[in-house]
Structure formats: structure tokens, C-alpha cells
Design a protein around this ligand. Sequence first.
Ligand SMILES: Cc1cc2nc3c(=O)[nH]c(=O)nc-3n(C[C@H](O)[C@H](O)[C@H](O)COP(=O)(O)OP(=O)(O)OC[C@H]3O[C@@H](n4cnc5c(N)ncnc54)[C@H](O)[C@@H]3O)c2cc1C
Length: 461
Amino acid sequence: MKTIDEFRQSLRGVLIEAQDEDYEAARKVYNGMINKYPRMIVRCADVADVMASVNYARENNILLSIRSGGHNAGGLGIADDALVIDLSLIKFTLVDPESKIVMTGGGCTWGDIDHATHAFGMATPSGIISTTGVGGLTTGGGIGHLTRKCGLSIDNLLAVDMVLADGSFVTANASKNEDLFWAVRGGGGNFGVITAFKFKLSPIDMVYAGPMLFELSEAEEVMKWYQDIIKNAPDDLNGFFAFLTVPPVAPFPEHLHLKKMCGVVWAYTGTMEKAEEVFKPIRSYKTPALDFVGPLPQPALQSMFDPLYPPGLQWYWRAHFVKELSDDAIAEHVRFGKELPSMLSTMHLYPINGAASRVGSSDTPWAYRDATWAMVIVGVDADPANKDVITNWTKAYWEALKPYCAAGGYVNFMMDEGEERVKATYGHNYERLVRIKNKYDPNNLFKVNQNIKPVLNVEYK
Ligand SMILES: Cc1cc2nc3c(=O)[nH]c(=O)nc-3n(C[C@H](O)[C@H](O)[C@H](O)COP(=O)(O)OP(=O)(O)OC[C@H]3O[C@@H](n4cnc5c(N)ncnc54)[C@H](O)[C@@H]3O)c2cc1C
């Protein structure tokens, strides 16, 4: 067994402990509500460092966590007294334009990937903020502007390289370690540390996209209209619904500053000529209070909201899957939309119909292929003193919508919804996930996540 000094010397990356100058900055995650004190943070430089870290944690019985972009809702990239495997130095992007594939390091952000692929006029589906990590977003599913066109991020994943609980290195794809490849497409960080992801690329270069805002007094009507569009739209048209407060900054017009509104953030991936035609009926529905929809390079859309949400804000998250917006559900939405507790708090309904719905509900662990939306309610504010206000609003909103939603919610939008909720989310796929966990991580080394607990002494079939 290695001493800590031997472990440190074996690394190409950096080991940071509490007494080190970098510790305070290194232990922070994106969500300012999370304040954890890990025992050590290992900034791994390569796969060898990841293997050494997994072995060191296991042999010394140290809690292990995995951090890619550090954006996790519940801060599950770090934990008190843990060894944190920090992948932020493992950043590379290799685009093969002929095969339309990108290979990325486990520490890349989606901005890194967009930057690399956009140069070739291509993209792979990600989220709506470019600073989110490829690691957490992908292993949980991956919903964003391209979901209706291309499916979830996991639907575009071709292979992973990963380090398992016993320190061994494997590649998993459709024909090699198929059980692992199935499990990592939605099963989170439960099965090992992914050091590289390989994604399929689609020829998406420019998008016709941006926010369209309406008065809050029109929210009921707008939600009904929006539901109708999304349920019948071609795959090329994506649009997520939001309640929001208009930020008091350019380019928003001053008369709208700090006004509570509702709106849709559209993203059309067809040709720019066709876009005008597709948006004609949308624009003729009623004149929006603000229409920022137009041609944009894909990475510009994906990073559009980055400045609004810098790291360190207080975030409280809750999730639901939604099949239908009934009149009663819409009434509850409007009630809580009017009570947004802070400028940055919001509710989003992300469409997951279209291409994502055509993947079988057992083809990956992501069971809710028949839902229309993944809904997220987030209370967000810069001031820790408002923690209770944003948390209480989020919880009350979530409770009020529960009767109108499915049993589960998207794991990546969950913070502290508990084990039963995670089980409900995986539904009929949960048992298979447990069997794979039993095989690859029977002692639950990878437990700082939305945990799939192994059942010891149950043989893997
Ligand atoms: C501002 C913001 C916007 C978001 N927008 C979207 C969105 O549009 N669409 C969407 O789908 N989600 C979105 N999310 C949610 C996001 O997908 C999750 O928070 C996700 O966990 C973040 O990934 P990360 O790598 O940054 O997180 P981290 O905190 O680094 O990691 C989170 C967890 O992921 C697992 N993990 C991370 N990397 C690896 C790896 N390499 N190998 C194995 N396991 C790993 C670990 O279990 C870890 O506990 C958003 C989050 C934020 C904060």
C-alpha cells in the first residue's frame, strides 16, 4: 500500500490538501449552496493518475468522488473527507470530420467540445450552458437545444474509456463491455471514472434561435399554445418554456428590466431559408414583448446564458418528468411563475419528444422516453441569506405540480429527492442497473452520486 507521499510522487497531476494554498479554490463547486471539505483533491493529468487515485482511495478506504465540470445540482463532484478525482486537466478534443466523430477528454466542458466541432460545421447535443462538464451531463442523459433533432447526449455516445473500481481500464461500446456501455448511458457516475467520451456528430452549424418573451398575464394562453406546437413540431424545431425575470442589462430593452415574464427559447436546426417560413405561424400567434430569435452559430446559442449564471450562486433544484400540461397543471404553473422569488430563479420545461422519444425505453437506463418534457425548478440567488426563500419556493412549486407529473425526474436536475425517487426515475431499468453495479462495483466505491446501491451476494446474470 502506498503512503500519501508515494502516491503524490506517482502522479503527473497535482494533489491538493487542506494545508495547500489552492485548497479553498479547488474545493469549490459551481453551486454556492454546497460547502464541502474533501480530504484531498487530485487533479489528474492522465488515465494513469485516475487509476492510481482509484486504487489509493479503495486501498485506504477513503470516500471517492468524481468531478468533471463541477456543475452537479447537489454538488456530487465533491464530499466531506473524500478523495476527489478532478478531471479538469484531462481536456482534449479530437474531431474526425470524415467519420463525423469527436473524442473528448473526461474533463472537457461543453464549450470546449462546441469550439472544436463547430470549426467543422458540426455539433453533438449538449445542454444550455457551455461551462457544464461533459462527464456529469452525459452520464445522466444530456438534454439541450438539440434534443428533438438528435436525441439526448447519451443517444449520440459511441464509446467510453473508463477506469473501474478495481483500478483496471476498459473501453465500452456497443460490441465491447456492452453491459457497462448500457449502464453509463444514464446511470451516472455509478460504474467508474470515464476518462474519454466518443460522440457522433451531426452537421449542425448555424441555428435559428433565441428567446421570445411574453407578458406574464398571458402565461396560461402561451403555455397552451406552446404545448400544441411542441407536440406537433418537426424534429428540427426545439423550444423550451420558461418563467423568468428579465435581467437589467443590455441587450434587453430597459422597459422590460426586472419584469417577470414567460417565454420560449427556440432553436431551429433546419436551413436558414426554411426557418423564416417555420417561424411565420409562430410569429403570427401574437406579437411577443421581445423577439430575439434569429440566425446564430450553434456555440453562440449554447453559451448565450453563461454570463447570467456565473459560478458560486446559491441553487436549489427539483425535477419532474411531464407528459401533459393539463389546465389544472397550467393553473399551478402560473401561480408559482408569478411568485418567482429572485431574479435568477426559473422553471424550464425541456422537450424530450422528437428524436429522444424514438429510442427504446430499455435501450439505455433512461426510462422516460414517453414523457414530453423534463421539468426543472430552480431557486437561484447570489445572496446566501435568501437560501430559505428560494428553497421554499422550489419545494412548494414541485409539490404543487406532483399530482400532474410522472413518478420520476431527470437525475441531473435532482438535488436531494432521495433514493426512492432515483429508483422511480430508472423505473423498469433499475434492476438491471443494480445487477451491473454488483458486477463492477460491488462495494459501492462510486457512491457520491445519485446512487444505485449494489445488492451484495446477488450473482450477476
Ligand atoms: C447552470 C447549469 C445548467 C445546466 N443545464 C443543463 C442542461 O441544459 N441539460 C442537462 O442535461 N443538464 C443540465 N445541467 C445539469 C447537469 O447536467 C448536471 O448538473 C451534471 O451533473 C453536471 O455535470 P458536471 O460534469 O459539470 O458535474 P460534476 O459536478 O463534475 O459531476 C457530477 C457527477 O457526475 C458524475 N461524473 C462526472 N464526470 C464523470 C466522469 N468523467 N466519469 C464518471 N462519472 C462522472 C459523478 O457521479 C459526479 O458525481 C445544468 C447544470 C447547471 C449547474
